[in-house]
Design a protein around this ligand. Sequence first.
Ligand SMILES: [Fe+2]
Length: 308
Amino acid sequence: MNDASTLTLFAKQHNIEGLTEPSLKALIANEVGYTIDKAQRFLAFQKRINEELLNHPVIVSNHYCNWFEQGHQNKAQISAFVVQFSVFSNLFLIAQLHKTINADTLEGMHASKEILANEIGVIFNGQNTAKKTKDDLNAATNPDIVSTEGSVEGGQFRFKAAHFEWLYRMAQKLGLEFNDIGKRRHGTESTLFFCDELTRIYGNEDYLISQAASYAVENWAAAGFWEQLIKGFDKFNDTSDIKLPLGFFTWHALIESQHAAHTQEELEELYFNRDIDEDKFIYYGNEMLNGVAEFWDGLEKQRRTLAD
Ligand SMILES: [Fe+2]
């Protein structure tokens, strides 16, 4: 019998179908914290998460992205969007730094630093970049080819690989200058509310609260908004004489599709290794998604004021 069918049979016998492979393997191996009873409790918790968290309007239907995808934006609407996204991109660094400082294990701190260092320009030391010669390093900061895999450990720092600079290059094509983007003063009330909620909840010093926010944010990111934005930008580029470089968005779409696979495994690992206050997890997950929704609702309101 192969590995996969052993796991399926084991899950069936114990009425725990739906768990990811790493959890089933840990159960079979009798790892500390992994019991059949806990597995069944997790599945009941997962059902609650599906019903009480993942049904959030910002995951199920995002009005702004549904509009954006159609590609009918005028230049003012596109510019306004890039400015708000640049504020989010910069202020996200503050939330990520809080998350790093508040990590309660060295491993957790490393995971947070991976994201933080990569945001500011450390290129992942992945397969794609490892192949490049020195001459290619300038090109290697281009989001169209820079690696989405690997670690910042041993990776190269390049100013031009900072995600903010990818957005800046896009903004320049729209006639925006460095001081037109990325600062707190450029954010609308909704954008700032979202960024502050990220720092407060995602960067919280209570590990469970920050994990609830991470899980919520990952599920939001995996819900397809990057692809919707890319579709809208592609249509804008097709019909306009401005050709926006989309690397910031295509790179993030790619990395999110890789994250999505791990999000569920991480939740199970958290559940089996810690005693979770389930109500608290769902409460803070929703608080975080309310912050995310405020960001998109603010963009929706703003684009209406900028309509032709
Ligand atoms: Fe980023």
